[in-house]
Design a protein around this ligand. Structure first.
Ligand code: PEP
Ligand code: MN
Length: 341
């Protein structure tokens, strides 16, 4: 339930409504806009309804949110879309952004070379994994702390915000130091303790859809982060597991318009992990932009043949500028603002 306060509601009236909500064991999430203050009452809907808050001093009206996800619902922001804005690098709310970079940080040279190519191509943010969720425990697991330091250098060189994955609560402090956006990998979408700890950091997060996660489960996972106070969460469609072996996963293109109709959170698409093959990355990226995605997160490598992880799906950095230009062209066609080089 969402309690919309009157424009001239006093601080005391806002606090009084919040404490009534909390008195029945529900949670009051106060969001102060430029004009209006909205209090999200998160908890047992029937109990909250019994409070009859419509009549409380300072309350303008009450909007019931029937969905199980509240803070991530489009209703919560009265239909207004959220923008993730990291020092002016924007994704969402009409801003289309490309997050590019290596799957995995392998060395300083490989990362800086990729980061520079991404910057020249006009990406909005830089991705790169230091902690890698590998299917085989015998595969390269990422450089860990050393990888984070390399990402920090790449940020210094390019000024691009860093998107990097956190796999374990153990590493949260270290990752927060370097990351501008904490990536939650598909395999951790329902790792609720991890989501809660990430929410507590207040950092922006990029939450990937689980291999078999429904869209409602994805939104509920985002709710775990938002309920701790973080306001910036991007959702990522990265392909789900189906019976079709021709591609690595099956990109659910319809997830884009469905999510856009349900949530204010930016929706980005990862064509690389969905396709598993670099030749399929450009066409599916164009489709995602055309279907209304707010952005793309895509893998690139200076020499994909030698990549330690996900080489077959990486775009060569030599072809990256052309790729970004094509995707941006489609995003502009559907009315998005893209980053000008
Ligand atoms: C990645 O982004 O490199 C990654 C491992 O993605 P996912 O969690 O979607 O498999
Ligand atoms: Mn990868």
């Amino acid at each position: 339930m969402m309690i919309v306060m009157k424009e001239n509601a006093s601080k005391e009236q806002i606090e009084s409504v919040a404490s009534k909500v909390e008195s029945i064991g529900a949670r009051a999430h106060i969001s102060e806009g430029d004009v209006l203050t909205v209090i999200g009452a998160i908890g047992d809907t029937e109990q909250v309804a019994k409070l009859e808050l419509d009549a409380a001093p300072g309350v303008d009206h009450v909007v019931p949110i029937s969905k199980p996800y509240k803070l991530s619902s489009l209703q919560f922001k009265k239909g207004e879309k959220s923008i993730i804005d990291i020092d002016g690098h924007k994704i969402g709310g009409g801003h289309f952004g490309i997050i590019g970079g290596p799957c995995t940080v392998e060395s300083l040279d490989q990362t800086i070379e990729t980061a520079k190519a991404c910057l020249d191509a006009g990406v909005t943010m830089l991705r790169g994994g230091a902690f890698k969720p590998r299917t085989s425990p015998y595969s390269f697991q990422g450089l860990g702390s050393e990888g984070l330091q390399i990402l920090a250098k790449a940020k210094e060189e390019t000024g691009l915000p860093i998107v990097t994955e956190l796999m374990s609560i153990r590493d949260v402090d270290e990752v927060v130091e370097v990351a501008d956006v904490i990536q939650i990998g598909a395999r951790n979408m329902q790792n609720y303790n991890l989501l809660t700890e990430i929410g507590k950091t207040g950092k922006a997060a990029l939450l990937k859809r689980g291999l078999s996660g429904t869209l409602e489960e994805l939104l509920m996972a985002a709710e775990y982060i938002l309920k701790e106070g973080t306001t910036d969460v991007m959702l990522c469609e990265r392909g789900i597991r189906t019976y079709e072996p021709a591609t690595r996963f099956t990109l659910d293109i319809l997830a884009i318009p469905v999510l856009q109709g349900l949530t204010h959170l930016p929706v980005v698409v990862d064509p690389s992990h969905a396709a598993g093959r670099r030749d399929l990355v450009p066409p599916v990226s164009l489709a995602a932009a055309a279907a209304g995605a707010d952005g793309i997160i895509v893998e690139a490598h200076p020499d994909p043949e030698s990549a330690l992880c996900d080489g077959p799906q990486a775009l060569p950095t030599s072809e990256f500028a052309e790729y970004v230009e094509q995707v941006n062209r489609v995003a502009k066609l559907v009315g998005k603002t893209v980053k000008e080089k």
